[in-house]
Design a protein around this ligand. Structure first.
Ligand code: ATP
Ligand code: MG
Length: 264
């Protein structure tokens, strides 16, 4: 499905001030495209993603899926939260089956998909545990495969692999890519990891700290699977690092070099 973000604005009123987090933001993610949002911490990435998901309303503008406006959450959009947000009263197995039941996937197919997803995330033997009995990385992996379980048309992921260690992260990126190539779901992912953005995306949208403006929109046309050590790959990384500097803004640049500001 094609996703269109059209003139989205978001203001938050805090006591007597109004904070403009997003101002007139527009872009279209074409069907089957893997788009990534990259930007400094607090620039509005999660806010934008939750507006697309329909969890909160925009102050202005609209979100369209295949030309139809969406205003509330629906099973057509899968969501991976920044802080996992698994159902704490459900086991791993129940968490993963939930979106499939919502979409009325037949029991036999549910089981097949469940086994496939569990193996992918290397979580075999954990199916009967509750989220509080899992490590942070395991919770994140459950959240990730749960979002894929119902085969959503648009997959929204807020730092889906943020709590996973480096080695597991790279192997999950490869699994994520393989699954995505199979289904060709339209994806919008948030990450603070430049390497992850380039490894996975067809396109990287860089948002600025001020009003979440788009400061860069870089296509990544490298053949898949990508060679992380390749020259072109490295060039893309350098380009994004520069774009992030612009995104943070001049004033903050010194803070970055002094290590006071984290690029998220
Ligand atoms: N419900 C809310 N009420 C008031 N302000 C909010 C609310 N939600 C977010 N904000 C503010 O909006 C700004 C953007 O927040 P958001 O969570 O979208 O940032 P982010 O880009 O996802 O950051 P990070 O990379 O750290 O996750 C922040 O200044 C935050 O304080
Ligand atoms: Mg966030």
């Amino acid at each position: 499905m094609e996703l269109t973000v059209e003139g989205i604005s978001k203001n938050f009123k805090n006591e007597n001030t109004v904070q403009t987090v997003l101002k007139d933001l527009s872009f279209t993610v074409r069907e089957g495209q893997f788009a990534t949002l990259l930007g400094p911490s607090g620039c509005g990435k999660t806010t934008l993603l939750t507006i697309i998901a329909g969890f909160q309303a925009a102050s202005g503008g609209r979100v369209m899926i295949n030309g139809a406006q969406v205003t509330r959450p629906g099973p057509d959009r899968g969501f991976v939260f920044q802080n996992y947000a698994l159902f704490p009263w459900m086991t791993v197995r129940e968490n993963i089956l939930y979106p499939m039941k919502q979409r009325r996937v037949p029991a036999k197919e549910r089981e097949k998909r469940f086994k496939e997803l569990l193996a992918m995330a290397q979580l075999e033997g954990k199916e009967k545990l509750y989220p509080h009995q899992l490590s942070g990385g395991m919770k994140q992996r459950v959240a990730f495969i749960r979002a894929l379980a119902g085969r959503p048309e648009v997959l929204l992921m807020d730092e889906p692999l943020g709590a996973v260690d480096m080695q597991m992260r790279q192997s999950l990126q490869e699994d994520l890519e393989a699954l995505w190539l199979k289904d060709k779901t339209t994806v919008v992912m948030v990450t603070h990891d430049v390497d992850e953005a380039i490894y996975l995306s067809d396109r990287v949208i860089v948002m600025s700290a001020r009003e979440g403006k788009i400061v860069d929109d870089m296509p990544v046309r490298l053949p898949r699977p990508r060679d992380r050590k390749g020259m072109e790959y490295q060039k893309h990384k350098e380009h994004l690092a520069e774009a992030l500097k612009v995104a943070v803004g001049r004033q903050a640049e010194t803070a970055v070099t002094e290590g006071k500001l984290c690029l998220a």
